[in-house]
Each structure stands twice: as structure tokens, then as C-alpha cells.
Ligand binder design. Structure first.
Ligand SMILES: [Zn+2]
Length: 408
């Protein structure tokens, strides 16, 4: 960033040093901090106070930011807090599961304005499921007095791997007919908005991070349901790795007495021995009727001794993998979600015991391990945050400012 812009007016398009990118960066700083003051922005960016004041005035007059009361005084006059304008547009969010979906309409800062749950069958394929999604989004807007023109972003979570850059579903095991489907391409025929798609574990992690009001923290969201996966959130952003495979802890090998082959072809993966599906399989081979992760939960909650024992052992094995992750990544919190997270006494207790015993004291000194506070709502909230972050990226803000500045 430079502070060489002296003109009060925005520079014309084509100027290499036009300030729109700066405006976008200021907005994304305000969003990251949740609220900010002119003095803070000057300190963080190194720009002159007068430059910041001028840029902030532009953003206030465009309705991107609003003044949101007074901040704490550091001696003199109390500074005015700046925040994202909640009226600046809405985000549509969808969490598509195998048999259920949750849809929401939120502000750009993640406040829910409307939310619905519905039954779907992801195996109906993308044509039907996405057409239905578009209809439901239109209903949600109409019922709440909004128009498609108000939609700044759409965030979608799916129960399978996604190439994030393009929003393409890649070889999803439980989504027949979806391989290679570019979700944003389909939705962009109906909405002129930033559209982002990610897998469910990543957006659940995002939802938990933002709902807890965390700033500058490292969070692991571990989903133990039919399978096992992990979303990595650092400083409010998903860490996806070079190819989007980061967090796939279900295929870390663990020590077991009897070899088990995993669906990936390898032996003794965590998912093959400790997931809801694996535990259901172990119960079935003992003559107990259990087909899904939810059956394991039901049996353990009813006090079935065999189910309880299996869940405890699973907790220890998941704990062993997490202990290594804690040493490696040093998260400040681990959140447990998914169907089996409901078994707090058995699963969470087992995980906690092993992690605090095995991981290094320095890495566990401030570590908290909890179950999801949002439950089945974490994914839809995360999808809205994902969409909002896309719409609030500096380059998108710059575009927004440019299109709303008539004299440009
Ligand atoms: Zn595997």
C-alpha cells in the first residue's frame, strides 16, 4: 500500500495506483477485527490518519461501512467504532447433506435473518438438487423482503471433496452423479454474486470459529460421523493445503490388534477403525443390529455395554491422532462435531484423556477440547461466512466500490 494518493476524489479506472484496492483492504481489516477505529486502521496499515479518514469517508458514503458507536477511550476522546454495514447486502448459505439441507439468509457479517431445514436426497443428482436449491433461495429472499439483487454472495457446503478454486465436486463417495459438477457455474445462472463451495467439515470449522468470536486463534474442527474428517481454521480462514486435501485425518494409520482394510485401499486408517460406520460394522459382526453412525449413538446412549466400550476405544484412537496434530499444529481449540460428538461422556472424555497425556505440555497449556456449540447449525453458518469472506475480499470490495461510484 502507498500513501501517495492526495486527491480527495477516487482516481479513474486504469490508474495503476488507484485506491480501490486500498479501500478493499481497509474493509477486510475491519471485518477481520470485527470492529475497528480510524486510529487502529492507521496504525495497522501505516497510512497517514488524514488518508485513512478520507478513505473511511468514501466507504461510509458508499454504505459499505457504518459508524457503530464509541470504542473504549485510551485517554482522550472516545474513538468511533467502524463496522461493516449490515444493510449492505445479504449472503445466501446452504449446507447440503446426504438427506438433509439447511439454508440461511444472513448479513455480510454473519447475522442470521432467516433459516430453514429441509429433506433432500443428494443422490437425486446435481440437476434436481441445485434446481430445488435455487427455488428455495428465491423463496427465502421473497418471504423476507429481499430481492435477488441484494445477494452479494452465496456459500455452499457439500458432503464430499471440493476443488475450492473452481467449486468443483471431485469424486465424492456419497454423492452419485456429482463428480466434476461446477456448482458456482450452475448457481451463477440465477444469481449475480460471489459463489463459493467447500466441503462440510471446513465450513463447520468456520462456523464454530466465527460463532465463538475468536480472533487470531487456531482451531481444529473434528467431525466424527459416518466418516472422520478435520477442518483447519487459522486466524479465521480455512487452511486447505496445496491441493485441498489438508485435514484428511481419517486416513492416518493407527495401531490396532487386528488389521482392517480402509475404503481408500490402505490398512488400519483411523476412519476404518473409529468412525461411526466402522463401529456400526463392529457391532453388526457381534450380532447387534446397527447400520449407521446414528445407531451407534442410540445404542451407546441406551447404555449398551458393547457400544459404550467401542465408543471409548474409538475416542482413545482419535485422541492418539489428535495428540500428534496438537504437537504439530499447536491449536488453541479443538471442537468435536458430527453424530458421535453427542456421546460426550464416552467419546470426548476418551479424546481429552489421551490428548492431554500424550501431547507436549507447551502445546496443551491453553488448549481447550469441546463439543460443537452450534450442533447441526455450524455448517450453514460457516457457509455464510465463507460466502461473506468471498464477497469481502479486497478485490471484490474494490469492484463493488467501482461499480457504485458514478463519477468513476
Ligand atoms: Zn483410508
Amino acid at each position: 500500500m502507498s500513501n501517495s494518493h492526495k486527491k480527495a476524489k477516487l482516481n479513474p479506472v486504469g490508474n495503476e495506483n488507484h485506491p480501490w484496492l486500498e479501500l478493499g483492504q481497509l474493509v477486510s481489516l475491519v471485518v477481520k477485527q470485527r470492529t475497528s477505529t480510524r486510529a487502529e486502521l492507521a496504525r495497522i496499515t501505516g497510512l497517514a490518519r488524514s488518508t485513512i479518514s478520507q478513505r473511511v469517508d468514501e466507504l461510509l458514503s458508499l454504505g459499505v461501512l457504518v459508524e457503530a458507536g464509541d470504542g473504549p477511550s485510551s485517554g482522550g476522546r472516545r474513538p468511533t467504532l467502524l463496522a461493516l454495514n449490515p444493510a449492505a447486502g445479504v449472503v445466501l448459505a446452504a449446507d447440503l447433506g446426504a438427506t438433509h439441507a439447511r439454508l440461511a439468509m444472513t448479513t455480510l457479517s454473519g447475522q442470521t435473518e432467516a433459516e430453514i431445514g429441509l429433506e433432500i436426497d443428494i443422490a437425486d443428482g446435481p440437476d434436481r438438487v441445485l434446481a430445488d436449491l435455487v427455488d428455495r433461495f428465491h423463496e427465502l429472499l421473497e418471504k423476507n423482503g429481499r430481492s435477488p439483487r441484494d445477494v452479494r454472495a452465496i456459500g455452499v457446503g457439500v458432503p464430499g471433496p471440493v476443488e475450492f478454486a473452481t467449486g468443483t465436486v471431485v469424486q465424492p463417495p456419497i454423492m452419485p452423479g456429482w463428480d466434476g459438477v461446477v456448482v458456482p457455474k450452475v448457481l451463477s445462472e440465477h444469481f449475480d454474486a460471489q459463489i463459493l463451495v467447500d466441503n462440510d467439515v471446513n465450513i463447520m470449522g468456520l462456523g464454530e470459529y466465527w460463532s465463538r468470536g475468536l480472533v487470531n486463534e487456531q482451531l481444529l474442527f473434528v467431525k466424527v460421523g459416518t466418516g472422520i474428517g478435520c477442518g483447519i481454521i487459522t486466524n479465521g480462514e480455512v487452511h486447505r493445503g496445496a491441493d485441498g486435501a489438508a485435514g484428511d485425518i481419517g486416513h492416518v494409520r493407527v495401531a490396532v490388534e487386528e488389521d482392517v482394510r480402509c475404503s481408500c485401499g490402505n490398512m488400519n486408517c483411523l476412519e476404518a477403525v473409529a468412525s461411526g460406520l466402522a463401529l456400526a460394522g463392529q457391532l453388526t459382526s457381534d450380532g447387534i443390529d446397527a447400520r449407521h453412525a446414528t445407531d451407534v449413538v442410540r445404542l451407546a446412549q441406551a447404555g449398551d455395554a458393547r457400544a459404550v466400550r467401542l465408543v471409548r476405544v474409538a475416542g482413545q484412537r482419535i485422541g492418539e491422532v489428535l495428540a500428534s496434530l496438537v504437537n504439530f499444529f499447536n491449536p488453541s481449540c479443538i471442537i468435536l462435531g458430527g453424530a458421535l460428538a453427542r456421546l460426550q461422556d464416552n467419546l470426548l472424555a476418551g479424546i481429552r484423556a489421551v490428548v492431554y497425556e500424550r501431547a507436549l505440555p507447551l502445546a496443551t497449556r491453553h488448549l481447550t477440547i469441546e463439543t460443537s456449540a452450534l450442533g447441526h447449525r455450524s455448517a450453514v453458518l460457516g457457509a455464510s461466512i465463507l460466502g461473506a469472506h468471498g464477497a469481502l475480499a479486497p478485490t471484490r470490495i474494490s469492484e463493488w466500490v467501482r461499480t457504485e461510484t458514478p463519477s468513476a
